[in-house]
Ligand binder design. Structure first.
Ligand code: PBG
Length: 329
């Protein structure tokens, strides 16, 4: 008898394919990134991220309700700080009445059970567009970590459930955990961007927040002295294990699609939940190709999200979250 095994029996129709499917996407898989701006009645489309918007706080309320009704119950907050409030030390990040702090309260007020995760890094507040303090052409690690710990407390005070340090300074998870515990925020979690690569895929995000590194003498043009070299693999595991030792509850890897080998490596090594961030450039690429009619938007989107989960992601941060959930419900 030829052939002895016929694998196509399990692919004959959608029912049998459904029965043997190994990876299922649900609304529980997602974190939804949200961009917040000052103002009233503002919903501005981000030029390099079609159909993705910055919201002022009043319109953020409606968006949060929509997400909740779709079953999307966790948001990742980012703010676009006004230019006149930016400085080298990110002073505005600690303002108890700053945009981030008000955004946290707005979300919690309108939807108390929405899980609020906040971005902790200096770049949206930095006049130089860096995730840390710049001195003599360098990003200063330890002084930056002090500010990140204070920033985390400030977000916890405003009501954040988790803080998500995305800066890649050394030792920041331990400092943040100690600071939170000292102030009795024992239930505030840390989702660490543990393995964050220096990637050109962050371009549209920097457009969204106007946070690209400044083109100035004595200011590094890129983030390669703190974000990871994309040629490296073992370093990602080392970074992730260190963050877990320092107290990270959830670890994150980013970007997504080009790094799925690393997702699997980390999944095989560690036992805490792993989040993967499908970043702005990944979103922009598919939108552009679909706009030209070169790719089937929804089909490619589902294939990509499923691939990220199949690789080992327990949680996916994605600008496609809403589109995916509408498609699968
Ligand atoms: C900054 C930060 C970045 C992203 C998340 N947090 C950009 C950067 O590191 O320059 C990128 C997210 C995306 O591209 O979608 N701390």
């Amino acid at each position: 008898m030829f052939p002895l095994r016929r694998n196509r029996r399990l692919r004959q129709n959608e029912v049998i394919r459904g029965l043997v499917r190994e990876t299922i996407i649900t609304p529980n898989d997602f974190l939804v990134p949200l961009f917040v701006v000052e103002g009233k009645g503002v919903k501005e489309e981000i030029a390099s991220m079609p159909n993705y918007y910055r919201f002022s706080l009043d319109l953020l309320e409606q968006e949060v309700k929509t997400l909740w009704d779709l079953g999307l119950k966790a948001v990742l907050l980012f703010v676009k700080a006004p230019n006149n409030l930016k400085d080298n030390k990110g002073t505005e990040a600690l303002n108890p009445n700053g945009l981030m702090q008000r955004a946290i309260k707005t979300v919690k007020n309108i939807c108390p059970d929405m899980l609020v995760i906040t971005d902790v890094a200096l770049d949206p507040y930095s006049s130089y567009g860096h995730d840390g303090i710049v001195e003599n052409g360098k990003i200063i690690n330890d002084a930056t970590v002090d500010i990140l710990a204070k920033m985390s407390i400030s977000h916890a005070e405003a009501g954040a459930n988790f803080v998500a340090p995305s800066d890649m300074m050394d030792g920041r998870i331990l400092s943040i955990r100690e600071a939170l515990d000292d102030d009795n925020f024992i239930d505030t979690g840390i989702m660490s961007y543990s393995a964050k690569y220096a990637s050109a895929f962050y371009g549209p995000f920097r457009d969204a927040l106007d946070s690209a590194p400044a083109d100035l003498k004595n200011v590094p043009k890129d983030k390669k002295t703190y974000q990871m070299d994309f040629a490296n693999r073992f370093e990602a595991i080392r970074e992730t294990e260190m963050d877990i030792d320092e107290g990270a509850d959830i670890v994150m890897l980013k970007p997504g699609l080009c790094y799925l080998d690393i997702v699997r490596d980390i999944k095989n090594e560690v036992e805490v939940p792993i989040a993967v961030y499908q970043v702005s450039g990944e979103y922009a690429m598919l939108k552009a190709a679909a706009e030209k009619g070169w790719l089937d938007h929804d089909a490619v989107m589902l294939e990509q999200i499923t691939a990220i989960k199949r690789a080992g992601a327990d949680i996916i941060a994605s600008y496609f979250a809403k589109d995916v959930v509408k498609l699968i419900s």
